[in-house]
Structures are given as structure tokens and as C-alpha cells.
Design a protein around this ligand. Structure first.
Ligand SMILES: Nc1ncnc2c1ncn2[C@@H]1O[C@H](COP(=O)(O)OP(=O)(O)OP(=O)(O)O)[C@@H](O)[C@H]1O
Ligand SMILES: [Mg+2]
Length: 474
């Protein structure tokens, strides 16, 4: 069969009869391009398996030092993705069933016809390459999930990503600050996933959502009889997170009493369940997030200064979306991809008109708000690009002028002017690049600018032209 040639792979044959090894090797090398390794001793075969990776093991069932089923077990341990075919002169249903139940791909009865063994090898090799592909796919899917993607090309996001890698491996406590919807939880998860604790639990405690009366027992657990209704021992989140990461979301909402208890937990790495006498010890990485100004809360005596210093060992600040508008196109495309997949739709792009509106919004709800807007666009979209009417179906959008943050009025004139110009540059360039699909010459022509000058501005504003080009193929 011609198709058998040009296929690559390695086959290990194990049989105590040396004639059988010779015969099989001849059949295989004559008709295929597979590499063949042989061993008349199953124990030696195990050594080979430890040293070389093989695609298929063909083994005899009855051998003096170790039988084929035991060897099969070893193959599954050493090289779980290798296919195994067992051969036997004593083919009974039981042995065949046992071998396949233990993970053999197939069995062949001796004596066999040449075509029969070649066909079995073909099938086993095909199955093996599929298994391999699947496990590689699963691994890459897991990997993708693990590094929950933080999207963005702005200097702020780039430096956050770099910092995550730098600090993830340490056990230092991290405080993540940023307004609502900026991605604080995403950063916390990314730190956990890049750390050596990534196969251990990541547990979140939402300090804002938990009533004061139950937060202590939720956190530390309680013993039976500690209070009315505590009819049996209950584990707390701290114990659940042990050896992993515990994330205190909205830490600014904790009461002063709980702050004191938390400080002890952080400093001593120990706690007692509510009503318990025994001290428990923990090994936990602590992360915290807040959308409040903790310094202000400290001044107002709402937040313990010592707790602040204890959690603020490493600080992340995620700027609001309006201060990193260059992230808007990449984020918008990322969410477009996400929601077209979830909604099983085929939408290729976001209309340039939509994109320029997105670029100039104020985004008080930050990335979460942008995500919701794109999701809505995907749901309402009836063609292959998202139009303004898909995003704002009930009311036409008011024309958005370039708005500046009110905070610029607190700046000295020169600084305020630079700020405004920067925002204008970003907004304008992004809009013309969106329209020209990343074609700089065309964008320059449309704007009446020299190509080199536009190029320089793009560089200055750190805008990634590629993202506009990608959108063409999406
Ligand atoms: N840089 C980013 N890349 C991709 N998705 C992002 C990014 N930032 C935020 N998101 C998405 O936006 C949503 C809000 O993010 P997240 O929950 O992490 O924000 P948050 O700061 O914790 O908000 P809140 O203060 O309201 O709890 C999530 O769906 C998240 O996946
Ligand atoms: Mg959050």
C-alpha cells in the first residue's frame, strides 16, 4: 500500500521468540517507513520505553520474565499516549478483553496474515496520532484557560503583564487598585495562575457582599455549638484556600473588627475557627483588591494603617479605560471573538463608525461596560458586521464629541493642554487607522498628513497597527 510509505513513527516489538521479531521487523520495514526497535525481553523493553518515545508497542502475551498484560500496564505508565497491540498464540476472548480493558488498542492471534498485521498497525498509528493531537489540544486549551488572557497594548497593560510575571512566583502580598470593571479580579487570577500554587485552589472572598455577622465564620470556619445554628463543624474559606491563594475582593469594605482579625491572620499565618480553641496554621498567598482610595479611608479612620502596609507590599494600579484608549480596539475585537463564539454567530468586524464611537466614550464602567456593549452588539447583529444600530437599538446615539476628563481642569495649563492633545492624537489616529484597516499610507492621505509624520505619531502613542490589520481577516 503506497500510503504506508512516508509515514513517520517508531514501533517497539517485544517477543521472546527471536524469529517472530525478525519476521515482524521485515514485514514492517518492507511495507512502511516506520522505524522499528525490538526486544526479546520485556524488562529490557521497559528500559527502552524510558529512554525513547515510541508510537506503538506490539507485544507478545506469554513471555517468561513478564507477561504482555503487565508490560501493557508499564507502557501506560511510562508512555500513556503510545498505542499497544498484543499478540497471542492462545487467543481467547478473555485475554483479548482483559488486554483491551487495560488499554490495549487491539489484539492479534498468531499466526497472522501479513495484511492483517499491517492493517492493525495502520489503525493503531492513526489512533495514536489522534490521541496525541487531542492531548496536545487539551494541554493548550488548559494553558489558555490557565493564563486567563489580559488583553491590551497600552503601556499600562504591558507593564502590568510584565509585573505579574515578576511577582507571581514570590509569596508577597499584593494589593490591586482600580475602578470598577478595570480588571482587578483578572489580574488577581493571573498572578495565581503564574505562581507555583496554580494547581492549588484560588479562593475569593467578596468583602462587600458578605454580611458582618457571618464573615468571620465564613472566613475562619466554626466549631459545633459555637453559636445557635452551628450544629456541626464547618470549614472556612481560609482552610479551603490553604496552600493556594486567597483573594480579598473589595477589602476596603471590611469592618474595623474584621480588619484586626485579618491582620493577625496575615502576620502570624494562624487563626482559630469561631468557638474553637485549637490554633490552625496556614500557608497561603494573599491578594487583595479595592476600588476605594485606602489612603483616604485611613485618614478617615475607616481603614487600619498597619493592615494597609501589610497588604500593600506590592501594588498594582489599573488605570481606567478612558486613560488607555489604545486598548479599546483590541479589547473590542477580543470580546467580538468571545461573543460570536458563545452565540454561534459569524460576524467579521466592527463597523469603523462604531469603533470611532467606542473610542470616544467615557466608559465609567470600564472594560466590563465595553464588554457588555460588544455582547449586546453581537446579540442584535443581523449582518456580518456590527453597526451602531446593533449596539444602541432603542435610541440613536448622540454624536459624541471628544470629551476630556474633568480632572484636567485641576492641572496646570501646560500639562492640561498636553493631556488633551495626547487624548486627541490617540483618538484621531485610532479612528483613521480603523477606517484604513491599518494602512498607514491611506490613513495619512485621508488625514492630509505626511506618512512619516503619522508614522512618528503612531510610534509616540504606542499604537499597535497590527490589530487593525487583523480585523480584516476576522
Ligand atoms: N484587560 C482585559 N482583558 C480582557 N478582559 C478584561 C480586561 N479587563 C477586564 N476584563 C473583563 O472585564 C470584566 C470585568 O473585569 P474584573 O471583574 O476583573 O474587574 P474588577 O476590576 O474586578 O471589577 P469590580 O471592581 O466591578 O469587581 C471581566 O469580564 C473581565 O474578564
Ligand atoms: Mg472585582
Amino acid at each position: 500500500m503506497k500510503s504506508r510509505k512516508n509515514m513517520t513513527g517508531k514501533i517497539l516489538i517485544v517477543d521472546d521468540e527471536k524469529d517472530m521479531l525478525t519476521l515482524l521487523t521485515r514485514i514492517i520495514t518492507e511495507k512502511t517507513d516506520y522505524e522499528v526497535v525490538t526486544s526479546h525481553d520485556p524488562l529490557k523493553a521497559i528500559e527502552i520505553l524510558k529512554e525513547q518515545s515510541v508510537n506503538l508497542v506490539i507485544t507478545d502475551l506469554k513471555m517468561p520474565r513478564m507477561n504482555g498484560i503487565a508490560l501493557l500496564d508499564q507502557v501506560k505508565k511510562i508512555q500513556p499516549t503510545a498505542a499497544v497491540v498484543v499478540m497471542t498464540a492462545y487467543a481467547t476472548i478473555e485475554t483479548a478483553v482483559e488486554a483491551t480493558r487495560k488499554g490495549a488498542f487491539d489484539y492479534i492471534a498468531k499466526p497472522f496474515r501479513k495484511e492483517r498485521i499491517l492493517l492493525t498497525i495502520d489503525n493503531a498509528m492513526k489512533w495514536q496520532s489522534l490521541t496525541l493531537e487531542n492531548s496536545a489540544l487539551l494541554k493548550s486549551l488548559k494553558q489558555q484557560k490557565k493564563f486567563t488572557s489580559i488583553i491590551g497594548s497600552s503601556p499600562a497593560i504591558t507593564s502590568i503583564l510584565k509585573k505579574i510575571e515578576q511577582v507571581a512566583q514570590s509569596s508577597a502580598t499584593v494589593l490591586i487598585c482600580g475602578k470598577s470593571g478595570t480588571g482587578k479580579e483578572l489580574v488577581a487570577k493571573a498572578i495565581h495562575h503564574h505562581s507555583h500554587r496554580n494547581d492549588k485552589p484560588f479562593v475569593t472572598i467578596n468583602c462587600a457582599a458578605m454580611p458582618e455577622q457571618i464573615i468571620e465564620s465564613e472566613l475562619f470556619g466554626h466549631v459545633k455549638g459555637a453559636f445557635t445554628g452551628a450544629w456541626k463543624d464547618k470549614k472556612g474559606l481560609v482552610e479551603e484556600a490553604n496552600s493556594g491563594t486567597l483573594f480579598f475582593d473589595e477589602i476596603g469594605e471590611l469592618s474595623m473588627v474584621m480588619q484586626t482579625k485579618l491582620l493577625r491572620l496575615l502576620q502570624e499565618a494562624e487563626y482559630k475557627p469561631v468557638g474553637g480553641l485549637v490554633t490552625k496554621y496556614i500557608d497561603i498567598r494573599f491578594l487583595a483588591a479595592t476600588n476605594q482610595n485606602l489612603t483616604k479611608l485611613i485618614a478617615e479612620k475607616q481603614f487600619r494603617e498597619d493592615l494597609f502596609y501589610r497588604i500593600n507590599v506590592i501594588n498594582f494600579h489599573i488605570p481606567p479605560l478612558r486613560d488607555r484608549r489604545e486598548d479599546i480596539p483590541v479589547l473590542a475585537h477580543h470580546f467580538l471573538e468571545k461573543y460570536t463564539m458563545l452565540n454561534k454567530k459569524k460576524i467579521n468586524r466592527i463597523d469603523p463608525e462604531v469603533m470611532s464611537v467606542l473610542m470616544t466614550q467615557k466608559w465609567p464602567g470600564n472594560v466590563r461596560e465595553l464588554e457588555n456593549v460588544i455582547e449586546r452588539g453581537v446579540v442584535f447583529c443581523r449582518s456580518d458586521d456590527i453597526k451602531l444600530s446593533d449596539i444602541f437599538p432603542e435610541k440613536p446615539l448622540e454624536p459624541v464629541s471628544l470629551h476630556f476628563d474633568r480632572s484636567i481642569y485641576d492641572l496646570p495649563f501646560k500639562e492640561a493642554k498636553e493631556n488633551v492633545i495626547k487624548t486627541f492624537h490617540q483618538s484621531y489616529i485610532l479612528s483613521i487607522l480603523e477606517q484604513s484597516k491599518g494602512n498607514i499610507s491611506r490613513a495619512a492621505e485621508q488625514a492630509g498628513l505626511q506618512r512619516q509624520y503619522l508614522h512618528r505619531l503612531i510610534k509616540e502613542e504606542n499604537i499597535d497597527v497590527e490589530t487593525f490589520r487583523d480585523s480584516e481577516n476576522m
